[in-house]
Ligand binder design. Structure first.
Ligand code: NAP
Ligand code: ZN
Length: 336
């Protein structure tokens, strides 16, 4: 019997405990990956706490995985044993629906998240459909690239899809795991970049990562001064915000895009959206092709996560630090 060893949560909000499972026979289309690194995305924390009502316990969190292919199913086409790959939020999709056929597998209604209803990356190994194990360019270090597999693609895709270019004035709201990568990609796309943060102490690092301006959102009146300033605002914050203030901060035809998941319904006046022909949108992660493109852009433009490394068996300590917003900027668990 094959055993995969990891750290699982057994009830909402509980600590991670050692856990092993038998993954069964390797499916034709699956690869097994020996994990070297796994980032701690805030979505793992939401899943641990069952904030989204979709967690199934026990489960092993983790969906920012880098490792080496150790076994391939008989139907696996383009991966070989020993190859380094990355795995993000998605582990499988139906493969035949409209969205899968278009190469937009992240929009498949039967998409299988890597650690919802299956076990993820706080472990020694993981299995996924080969299409969702993406080769990692040699130039990228495993520890720094792991957070790009979810955090990176989640900010890259909307920046690209909304046509950010040198003329764009872009704001990134929340300079955490996602936000600090968002600053780097927005800069790589040539935009004038503003960081919005509740943490004044992040200013110099935000500037070093690509921000031309820094707004301390705890400062009274900070938002009012920015009315009509931005073409594209990307919110990575997982808390309720002054949404109206951000819509007012958009220029005509500007877009406010949510990737962070705040807890409450959003109350907004329609007039500022209507009058300025503004848009409100959301964005999930991205397809395997998007992830491959994002990794290639990261390698060529020097985009990488700033990481705080923890040994795998220190995962509880790392999760607690993420919850307190004390990590600069992404906690990454490392096996040995
Ligand atoms: P994170 O590393 O914890 O960063 C979140 C940042 O938000 C914090 O560093 C902080 O930045 C800011 N923040 C925290 N509490 C705040 C508050 N009360 N008010 C204002 N700002 C606050 O989290 P993450 O991993 O980047 O994830 C962020 C969100 O994106 C989570 O909700 C996660 O589930 C979601 N997510 C979505 C997708 C998707 O597919 N759309 C993918 C990945 C993650 P400052 O210190 O700069 O204020
Ligand atoms: Zn994530």
């Amino acid at each position: 019997m094959r055993e995969i060893h990891g750290l699982a949560v057994h009830a909402a909000g509980a600590h991670l405990l050692p856990y092993k499972y038998d993954p069964g026979d390797l499916a034709q289309s699956d690869v097994e990956v020996q994990i070297s690194h796994c980032g701690i995305c805030h979505s793992d924390v939401h899943l641990i706490d069952n904030d989204w009502g979709m967690s199934k316990y026990p489960f092993i969190p983790g969906h920012e995985i880098v490792g080496t292919v150790t076994a391939v199913g008989t139907g696996v086409q383009n991966l070989t044993i020993g190859e380094r790959v990355g795995i993000g939020w998605q582990a499988d999709s139906c493969g035949v629906c409209e969205w899968c056929r278009k190469g937009e597998e992240h929009l498949c209604a039967k998409a299988q998240p890597t650690c919802v209803g299956r076990h993820g990356g706080y472990a020694d190994s993981v299995r996924v459909n080969w299409r969702f194990a993406i080769p990692v360019p040699a130039a990228l270090e495993s520890e720094n690239v792991a957070p790009l597999l979810c955090g990176g693609i989640t900010v890259y895709a909307p920046i690209r899809n909304h046509g950010v270019r040198p003329a764009s004035r872009v704001g990134v709201i929340g300079i955490g795991g996602l936000g600090h990568i968002g600053l780097q990609f927005a800069k790589a796309f040539g935009a004038e970049v503003t960081a919005f943060s509740t943490s004044k102490s992040k200013e110099s690092e935000a500037r070093a990562l690509g921000a031309h301006h820094f707004v301390n959102t705890r400062e009274t009146g900070a938002m009012k001064k920015l009315a009509g300033s931005f073409d594209f605002l990307l919110s990575t914050v997982n808390a309720d915000q002054d949404w109206g203030g951000y819509i007012n901060a958009l220029r005509p035809k500007g877009t406010f895009c949510l990737v962070g998941v705040p807890p409450s319904p959003m109350a907004l006046q329609a007039f500022p959206l209507v009058g300025g022909q503004k848009s409100l949108s959301g964005s999930p992660t991205g397809s395997p092709a998007d992830i491959a493109e994002m990794l290639d852009v990261a390698a060529r433009h020097g985009v990488k996560a700033v990481t705080e490394r923890f040994a795998m068996d220190k995962a509880n300590e790392a999760v607690a630090k993420v919850k307190k917003n004390q990590v600069r900027y992404r906690a990454v668990l490392a096996n040995s």
